[in-house]
Structures are given as C-alpha cells and as structure tokens.
Design a binder for this molecule. Structure first.
Ligand SMILES: Nc1ncnc2c1ncn2[C@@H]1O[C@H](COP(=O)(O)OP(=O)(O)OP(=O)(O)O)[C@@H](O)[C@H]1O
Ligand SMILES: [Mg+2]
Length: 253
C-alpha cells in the first residue's frame, strides 16, 4: 500500500503463472477496480462481462451472487475472475450491506474446491474491498518496494491484519511473508534491508529469500497482456517468480 505501486499485480500474475506451470490449479481474483490484473492476463476490463462486479452487485442488492459465470480460463494457464471499473461503486454500496466484510468470502466458497490456490490482487487503498480480501484469505503475501522499506507506514498492513484478527473477522489469518520487489542489483543493500525488516518487525515474519530485481521486462510484459513467465520464459524476472512459487509451496526451501 504505497503510492506508485509495489508490485502487487505483477506478483499476482507471475506467481499465478508460475504455480500453474507447476501443475497447480490457480484462480486469480482481480479485486481492484483499476482492472490491472485483468489487463495483465490479456483481457479488457472495459468490455469484459460478466465480472466480479456482477456477483458483488447482486449481493449488495440483496440477491445471491455467483462468480462462476464470470470466471474465465486465460492463456496463462490459470483462471481469472476479472474486474471492471464499476467495482468502485460496489465498494461504496457495501457500506450498507449486511455482513459487508464477508461477501467475497461467501462468493469464493462456491469455487474454492476447484482450486489449489486462489490469489486475490488488492487495490492500494484500505477500504471495504481490501477488508473483504483479508476476511476471505488464509494468508497475506506482502510485496514491498525494496527502497521504500525503511519508510514509516510501509508495513501499515500489519496493523490492519492484527485488527482483522482481533475483530474476529478472520482470526486464522496469517502472514505468508514479505516479498522484496523492484530491488537494486546490489546484493549487499538487499541484505541490509532484510536485516532491517527483521529488526523492525521481528523474526516472526518470513521474508522470502528470493528478491525481485528491477527489470523493464515486467512493464513490457504487462503492456503485452502476458505474465513475464509467458512473455519471456527465460528472463531473470520469470525465474525469480518461479523461485518465489517454490518458496511459497515449500517454506524454507
Ligand atoms: N520488478 C520490477 N521491476 C521493474 N518494474 C516493475 C517490477 N515489478 C513491477 N513493475 C512495474 O511497476 C509498475 C507497478 O507495478 P504493479 O502494477 O505490479 O504494482 P501494484 O502494487 O499492483 O500497483 P497498484 O497499487 O497501482 O495496484 C508496473 O508498471 C509494473 O510493470
Ligand atoms: Mg495493482
């Protein structure tokens, strides 16, 4: 949750593609009205229909939403639950909805058995959509732009997670780990930062040992509507996300 993007969408699409490549059944959920994940997976959020919006809108209107009609298979090997810009209207309407924090959890329940992993890409502001994601999730993966790590509030999400647990919205929510993204190539800097996180936030939080370095290939692949895994399978960035997927599957690997 920092201005300018920390790599949430890039991480969602490439982790989803890497896990799919490893034979896992993955659903990627675009919970951001900007629709960047939808675009990154090769679809147009301005024209695609139905989307997650339709299912949430049905719930907000007092009916029963169903995400199954909106899920599409992408050429990336994972399924996508796309977004559209009107999702921002739903976020406002959710305020007056019964069990407003649990709507997404309820919608995803009906498809959860079809997947090994469901990855939810969040928008950068802490509103009811993000609260819904945190209520639906088993764990949170936190990408951090490496050079901003020292900034105050860079990890404000940690206190939000604590609140979600305390208010019993999702007492079992865990922190998957912190992923350092957009890093400088100097390895020593990265090590310093890893130490700083451990000092500031304690040893209880995993920091992925794979660090995602800065590369223009990421923006190129996004513009092409592909994951970097598909766009340039042998690139350093693609291999880095494959390594993240391995760490994700087998902690301490
Ligand atoms: N490792 C990287 N190196 C260079 N550029 C990157 C890297 N990762 C992502 N980018 C680029 O940085 C921009 C922001 O990344 P991304 O969209 O993944 O961030 P985000 O956290 O989802 O942003 P938002 O908060 O707006 O949703 C994009 O143009 C993306 O292509
Ligand atoms: Mg994004």
């Amino acid at each position: 949750m920092q201005k300018g993007g920390v790599g949430k969408t890039t991480t969602t699409v490439n982790l989803a593609a890497a896990l799919a490549e490893m034979g896992r059944r993955v659903l990627a959920v675009d919970l951001d009205p900007q629709g960047n994940l939808t675009q990154h997976a090769g679809l147009d959020p301005d024209t695609i229909t139905p989307t997650l919006y339709d299912a949430l809108k049905a719930e907000v209107d007092g009916g029963t939403g169903d995400v199954r009609a909106a899920i599409v298979a992408t050429r990336e090997g994972f399924d996508l639950l796309p977004s559209q810009p009107e999702l921002s209207l739903v976020e406002v309407a959710l305020i007056n909805t019964l069990s407003r924090e649990r709507i997404l959890a309820g919608l995803l329940d009906s498809v959860a058995a079809n997947y090994d992993f469901i990855l939810i890409d969040c928008n950068p502001s802490l509103g009811l959509l993000v609260i819904n994601a945190l209520t639906a999730a088993d764990s949170v993966l936190i990408p951090i732009q490496t050079e901003y790590l020292a900034a105050r509030g860079a990890l404000m999400i940690l206190s939000t997670i604590e609140t979600i647990r305390r208010k019993r919205l999702n007492p079992r929510l865990t922190i998957e780990g912190i992923l350092l993204t957009m890093a400088d190539t100097r390895a020593s800097l990265t090590r310093d930062i890893q130490q700083a996180v451990e000092q500031q936030y304690g040893g209880g939080i995993r920091i992925f040992s794979t660090v995602i370095r800065r590369s223009v290939r990421f923006a190129e692949s996004a513009a092409a509507g592909r994951s970097l895994i598909a766009y340039d399978p042998r690139s350093a960035g693609a291999n880095a996300y494959r390594a993240v997927a391995k760490e994700f599957l087998i902690p301490n690997s």
